[in-house]
Design a protein around this ligand. Sequence first.
Ligand SMILES: [Zn+2]
Length: 264
Amino acid sequence: MLHRIDLGETDRIVTLFTREHGRISAVAKGSRRPTSRLSGATEPFTVARLLMATGKSLDVISQCEVRETFPTLRGDFETLMCATYLCDLTACILSEERAAQPVLYDELLSALYLVQLHPERTDLIMRAYEMKSLAALGYEPALDRCALCGLKLNGQGTDYYSPSVGGVLCEKDRSQSSDRIRLNDEVKQAIALMLCTELHDLLSHPIQPAIISQVKRALTPTLYGRLDRLPRSREFLDSLQMKREKGIPASQPHTGARSFPAEF
Ligand SMILES: [Zn+2]
């Protein structure tokens, strides 16, 4: 379950990510009643087997069998927000105008398990999931050829990366790019590792926080360019990180963490 909004007095509309059909919206009737059989299945992050009935405009969930609830994701506010962001980002990627990306189903599950097990590595997990999301959309950052003209660079002259274009640039094209940034070998190696290594294996690599920050600096505008917008939960996480770096204590929304964000 990626996302939910209230409908009427007791119902919800839920955004589901299914392995077979990608993103689906469905109505969970009565799921806001604590005694409802659907209550648990419509909690954020929950993995469930669902039986759906065809409705007038949206399908209706008729039966559910909860498989995983990721309970410890809710124990810490920043971990909760990280998991929320992963789900919101997935919902953006799977939005209606894009083809379903079933490959991301397993990646998202893996990311949620890892955030639960290793909350101290959430920055690496988020960056790697973003990278894999770009790759699933066919926008894998180009590191061995010019992202504009396609010239093969063979490791030579690959120091300049354009976040808006999403790859390194040859000498001719870099002079015309206004947003090029310089990537050192460690950052390029980290990007390559994130692209080609399974998430759970990635955690065994000692990628330093400073390198992950540089990957984020390169990757964020690329994501913006491909998705047009980033989820509100990402902006919230960035503000939390900024406060942490400045030593300001993070404050939680008064409405309760589970209800944030209402939109993505
Ligand atoms: Zn070029």
